[in-house]
Design a protein around this ligand. Sequence first.
Ligand code: C2G
Length: 713
Amino acid sequence: MDSMEPKVSIIIPYYNCKEFIGDCLNSVINQSYNNLEIIIINDGSSHHDTAEIESLINDSRIVYLKNDQTRGVAFSRNLGLERATGDYVYFLDCDDLLFGNAITYLAEHIGKHPAIGAYSKKLVRPSDFLQTSNSTDITVTRDNPEHFFKDMSILNVLIHKDFIREYNLNFSNKTLGYTDLTGIIPFVLYVKDLPRLNIETYFKRERNDPITNPGISQRELSADLRDFTEVMIGLYKTQGETGRVREYLDKVFLHYYRRNVMNLYQQKEDFDSNYMLLSNAAAHLNVKAISSQPMHTKRELKLLKAGNKRSFSKVLRLHAEVLELKNALGVTRIKKYIYKKILLKLPLKNNYIVFESFLGKNYSDSPRNIYEYIIENNLDFKCIWVFTDKRRKIPGNAKVVKRFSLAYYYYFAVSKYWINNMRQPLHLVKRDGNVFLETWHGTPLKKLVFDMKDIYSANPRYKSDFYHQSRAWDYLLSPNKYSSEVFKSAFKFDKEMLEYGYPRNDILYAPDKEVISNRVKGSIGIPHGKKVILYAPTWRDDEFYEPGKYKFNLRLDLKKMKEKLGDEYIIALRMHYFIADNLNVEEFEGFAYNVSKYDDIAELYLISDILITDYSSVFFDYANLQRPILFYTYDLDKYRDQLRGFYIDFENEAPGPLLRTSDEVIDNIINIDQVIKDKALAYAAFYEKFCSWHDGKATEKVVKRVLLDEKVL
Ligand code: C2G
């Protein structure tokens, strides 16, 4: 079978890269794609670096070439191209890595196209590259080459050898940097569009020590600018006749200019020579391309193009000053300034309480129950709720403030009590006299903070941030004995733990829970007579856009579920509050309901007959209802062994079956009575261990202890 695979030549120029080449080569050798020719060109590396690469050449697919002296990446790539015997060519840098299926996926989808690309991921932490699994739901989009190559890089593109030969694709080796541009031109000239996979296949290392070991793109501005302008002027002169190439070059120039202009301004000692370089290149810029730029950029570029250095410097100085002023006057900064200098000095108000749940996104969780207890019992407190949406309406007469508004800072400064179910922002200052009740938001399954070894999530300072934030907590709620132990170790929490169970779960023991359930069903529009499946998965540390904004790929086959289960059930889909992707369930109207924006998940527990979850703490709460739970854990190995690690023996203690496929989920729902029987013993043990503190009175106990200073029995 393997011999049927077309051959792929991977070309790796190697220059003084001994720290990274091992990982790079391993990622190539371990590709799921077999028919590879791995061409390494040692570009006159030092003795040590040469020794390192030569010790790693132990795969018969490697072709090892050596330049007589250092000749640059373009020269080496050209040499690689001459020697390549593959049907396809792929360039890889010696400090980067490939995802395990990179070549397989690219080769599978290239078809008759001259080339195909995919996305690259930044490699910042050493642990980043452990997660190389990719979704198999691959989609392909098409881009014109100008857009496809907007980052000026030829990396992570699988190229047909015929295209390379036909259009004599090679790299100009006059400079060290920006040589990729010369190899990209044939695509801009001769190709209408190029396909790109929606997945990541390539890790681009961000070198963390640009001081002692800079990458080519990390050199100082003058060197970078010299290469850039030389390549650009060369291309404008030789290829600029063609409209498309010219447009592409204009785009590249403008992109470069915007990224570097402030840097140019700050490097005063090299200003004259840098200016000359830039101005020579700008002379080729098409006036039309400038017209779409912001005002000040437009003025600068016109002067640069005209070679008017004096006026250019003046306009640039003004631009820099405006930016500086904007920064200094940032509204957020002013609010923080007022908070620190003025608001924190106002007297504390002893009956003020600020509430927040899930970063101001919801009116929910234990803070909500505590608040409602206060209003139902007419306790003498002024309550303030924080929301991201200032127009939120909630019961009672709480003051609603917008997160990070001036009012928010005012109330955080003067309120004696803070009640929050997550961490507070780092810049909030706890004052003498403040009482902080941290309710937290779930029994931990997945390891937390100091019990985690590596951090895969978006914030690399997670541990130290957490430590500083949690020093402000006076009370921490615990739902069960097990959580108390975990919180002590994971949070290094050593103040008062309130061991009453979660206020948020009181509703699950409420005498009128049937009535509440009917009301909730009505408000969502769930048809009478239909049973409800709730799907409430958690988030994945390694799948994010930015801190706090995570991706989620729905792996349930809703179409099949509707077919097989739709007569009896509807499914309510509840994404975690970190998930930024929007679910679109229009196609499954009447069967699938997106309840991600519904405030309080506890009310969704009440309406559901079966819960499907994964590693989310929701099952610890749901188990209070003693209704069936299915675990859809399609990525169990990665999640448990790599991303987080679990505190419990999940497979044995889980109160429901662990399922890997959507079909298994469907089968288990069809046979739910059998599942209940099979899991009865495990469920009972689970309930005893995790739910037994709950008696429907947790809220009352918490309020008495923290707010009324009464003894709790
Ligand atoms: N949640 C929700 N909808 C989901 C998932 C979670 O409303 N689809 C709410 C539940 O109240 C849940 C809480 O968010 O208990 C925490 O969610 P987890 O999935 O457990 O994840 P995380 O926010 O990382 O909480 O110690 C608790 C956890 O370990 C950390």
